[in-house]
Design a protein around this ligand. Structure first.
Ligand code: SF4
Length: 384
């Protein structure tokens, strides 16, 4: 057994429809709980600061409210949050006597390890694909460096198709597949992209997401397509710096009326990642990468990238990545057994990206982790 596995052996006894408890009812929880609920029995949910008392018809409790039930029934806990929040929750749960990997585990590890180790399936929590560098906005601090792209363009539909095929030749299931840009609603083939992904791989995706800035209204045909493949639209709200409140409201109303699930994501603050200015150098790039909040794993041109900005820097700004900064999925699949190829994918996504331990772009990108205090207002437009 590979040393990368950490969960205690009794997780292997967990069967479909057994009881698990989900901790984390934020953005990630909302996106993956419906899929987890099809696989397991979830009696209730836990959140550190619940905003709702019921989600998906399940009671949302604080840890203090749930503690006796947890200690009594010994149900396994899966924490559905971003890595930084997980680390805080892990400390709290440890304080109550729960053991990491034995009693509780982070969702990203659960999805990967439980499925591969006991079911020989390569399952990922989330993956993104960048489909265009065209955008209606030119945000000065865009993490995808869109304002620095000389000739914005859509990714060719054929190349996106190949990318999806390569990904699903290696990965059995992904809880969330997110399409982003730029502004994805500008892509001239978006209908075909969604149809291809939904038709071919819909049964291997928990949820298809699309991230928009809310400035482009989808037409009726597009709305039909979003509905058919149950695409969730996440609208980034930049009204803190841009005056498009009416447009954003209209976008939300249009989706609501069409019965499409959508979320408005308030974006008041961003971190200035400094790159493509070359005035930042990470002292300890491995640690810097691991604590970066931008672990939005991405698959583009058949390669896995630890984060979306790593692909964007290479593709949109000409950053000279090293070959081992990303993982070539096709070569990995051809040169390894299914199990070993899956291990390589999980190792990469869990932070062992290469021998160095970090992507070369992380040396020049200040990232969005707690080691970057350079907070800026979201959505400020680039001049010129
Ligand atoms: S520091 Fe590294 S991991 Fe973080 S956003 Fe930049 S390139 Fe991505």
């Amino acid at each position: 057994m590979s040393e990368i596995f950490r969960m205690s052996d009794d997780w292997g006894k967990l069967q479909a429809q057994d009881e698990i408890v989900i901790y984390g009812v934020g953005r990630i929880g909302h996106r993956v709980i419906p899929t987890l609920a099809k696989e397991f029995h979830i009696p209730y949910l836990i959140d550190s600061r619940p905003f709702e008392t019921k989600v998906f018809d399940l009671d949302v409790l604080t840890l203090e409210e749930a503690i006796f039930r947890l200690q009594d029934r010994k149900a396994k806990i899966i924490v559905t949050t971003v890595r930084a929040a997980y680390e805080e929750i892990a400390k709290t749960l440890s304080g109550f006597g729960f053991k990491e990997y034995e009693d509780f585990v982070w969702f990203e590890r659960f999805a990967g390890e439980w499925n591969l180790r006991w079911h020989n399936r390569c399952v990922l929590s989330k993956i993104d694909t960048v489909i265009t560098s065209r955008c209606t906005l030119k945000c000065q601090n865009c993490n995808m460096f869109i304002g620095h792209v000389k000739t914005p363009q859509d990714m060719e539909f054929d190349s996106l198709r190949r990318n999806f095929d390569t990904f699903f030749a290696s990965v059995d299931f992904v809880y969330e597949y997110t399409l982003l840009g730029g502004e994805p609603f500008l892509h001239k083939n978006l209908m075909e992209i969604i149809a291809y992904l939904g038709e071919r791989y819909g049964d291997r995706i928990g949820r298809i997401n699309l991230i928009s800035n809310g400035t482009v209204l989808p037409n009726d045909k597009m709305l039909q397509m979003l509905k058919q493949y149950q695409v969730t639209v996440h609208i980034s709200d930049y009204t803190c710096s841009l005056h498009y409140d009416d447009k954003l409201k209209k976008a939300a109303e249009t989706l609501e009326k069409a019965g499409i699930e959508y979320y408005i994501i308030p974006n008041n603050n961003w971190k200035d990642v400094v790159y493509p200015k070359l005035t930042y150098t990470a002292d300890n790039p491995r640690e810097h990468m691991l604590i970066c909040g931008h672990s939005t794993h991405s698959v583009d041109n058949g390669r896995l990238y630890w984060c979306d900005p790593a692909f964007a820097a290479e593709c949109f700004t000409g950053f000279q990545s090293k070959a081992d900064d990303s993982l070539d999925l096709e070569a990995n699949r051809k040169n390894n057994s299914k199990f070993d190829a899956s291990i390589n994918i999980l190792k990469y996504l869990w932070g062992d990206v290469n021998e160095r331990g970090y992507m070369s772009i992380c040396v020049k990108c200040a990232g969005t982790g707690k080691d970057n205090n350079n907070v800026v207002i979201a959505g400020i437009q680039k001049k010129g």
